[in-house]
Design a protein around this ligand. Structure first.
Ligand SMILES: Nc1ncnc2c1ncn2[C@@H]1O[C@H](COP(=O)(O)OP(=O)(O)O)[C@@H](O)[C@H]1O
Ligand SMILES: [Mg+2]
Length: 375
């Protein structure tokens, strides 16, 4: 008799992408083959409690799922037999060992999930996990660190600068002058505007604003500061098409051809991503050299942050100039029914159940390689 691999699917969480994570998890849970895998689902509530759940409940169209707050509390503990999941019932003294965990799939987006915190917890508990390790998760979630690493790797990006809360509170006028000077056209001194303002650590377009002038910039910085103490201000790229490549692998890395997201809003905002229908074109209809450039930059970006497992690398392509700029890397890309990561892989012949299986295999492979360097 072969023993099944015990998979812990973690989802929900404390970030504002809680509901998106539930949508992604619903897809992953449905795609997991129950023959090789024994699946346990743990939903993390909005306030951070780990709860035992059957899965992600069905919701009517247009209503996003959430982790309910009535499940039993569970925790991962390191026992003599390895990492085990333990349930705490109503009686605080009664703990029940649910069993060992062989591998975890953290289907979490944003802070407290995609940022290295959960990865650190899993690593401390000795549980192999899908996706990037602590350091590269932390770099990828923080747009400031990510952009610095990409610059160091010589990857093309739109000009950017950062604003810290303390500087803003001390002298907003000086900050506005500084941003305008930093982002003015380098060659001709042309206006810095239009710009985009973004919190350094967020996702799903939350806290992001398109900024046309100095008045907007004030509002954009204030809005971003509601989400993080560091704000990215960057030059808007006009006339863009948004292309995204999937990347998979540990030492050996595979990259998909880019897919394209076609949306009708002013920019690709939260509603466009999860509530309104979006059109995904996989592969994107772009010239061969643009396709090749995206794939090369995707691989370089993945290597630059030291990613493993998977990532989605996003680009701005300007057809008028042929320019391809790196926008960002996501180490736990959306896996919802309207997300790009599953279909870019499907276009390469890897369907979603096979993709999930590959990810779990890569997690186990990474853990066995890490064991060589165990203290
Ligand atoms: N510099 C920019 N120029 C043009 N559009 C942008 C720019 N920055 C962001 N956008 C638009 O906003 C969306 C969200 O920005 P992004 O940086 O990808 O944030 P998130 O991490 O929340 O996905 C992008 O997909 C794009 O539509
Ligand atoms: Mg994005």
């Amino acid at each position: 008799m072969t023993t099944r691999t015990r998979v812990l699917v973690l989802f929900g969480g404390r970030s504002s992408e809680h509901e998106v994570s539930c949508l992604s998890a619903r897809s992953v849970i449905a795609a997991l083959d129950r023959d090789p895998y024994l699946v346990t689902c743990v939903g993390i509530t909005r306030d951070g409690r780990w709860t035992l759940v059957d899965g992600v409940e069905d919701t009517p169209a247009g209503v996003l799922p959430r982790v309910p707050d009535d499940g039993d509390t569970v925790a991962l503990v390191q026992s003599r037999k390895g990492p085990q999941l333990v349930r705490f019932g109503g009686d605080p003294t009664g703990a029940e060992v649910l069993g060992p965990v062989d591998v975890c799939f953290p289907v979490l987006h944003g802070p407290y999930g995609e940022d290295g915190t959960v990865q650190g917890l899993l690593a401390s508990a000795g549980v192999p996990y899908v996706g990037a390790d602590v350091a590269s998760s932390a770099i990828a979630i923080d747009k400031r660190q990510m952009k610095h690493v990409f610059s160091a790797a010589g990857l093309p990006q739109t000009p950017y600068t950062t604003v810290h809360r303390s500087a803003w509170e001390a002298d907003p006028g000086a900050v506005l002058d500084g941003v305008e000077a930093a982002l003015r056209g380098a060659a001709d001194g042309s206006s810095a505007y239009p710009l985009f303002t973004k919190p350094a650590r967020q996702g799903s377009s939350i806290g992001i604003a398109a900024v046309a002038d100095r008045g907007d910039l004030v509002g954009g910085i204030e809005e971003a500061l509601a989400h993080d103490r560091v704000v990215i201000v960057e030059r808007a790229v006009a006339g863009v098409r948004e292309l995204e490549c999937g990347v998979l692998g540990n030492d050996i890395v595979e990259v998909t051809r880019p897919g394209e997201t076609v949306h009708t809003g002013v920019f690709y905002d939260y509603d466009a991503k999860y509530l309104a229908p979006v059109e995904l074109r996989c592969p994107a209809d772009v010239p061969p050299d643009v396709e090749r450039t995206c794939m090369e930059h995707a691989r370089a970006a993945y290597r630059a942050i030291g990613a493993r497992g998977m990532a989605r690398v996003d680009f701005f392509y300007v057809p008028a100039t042929g320019q391809v700029l790196l926008n960002e890397i996501n180490t736990i890309p959306g896996l919802t029914p309207t997300s790009m990561f599953p279909p870019v892989w499907a276009a390469e012949g890897l369907d979603f159940p096979a993709l999930v299986d590959r990810l779990l295999g890569l997690a186990l492979d990474a853990a066995s390689r890490d064991a060589r360097y165990a203290p």
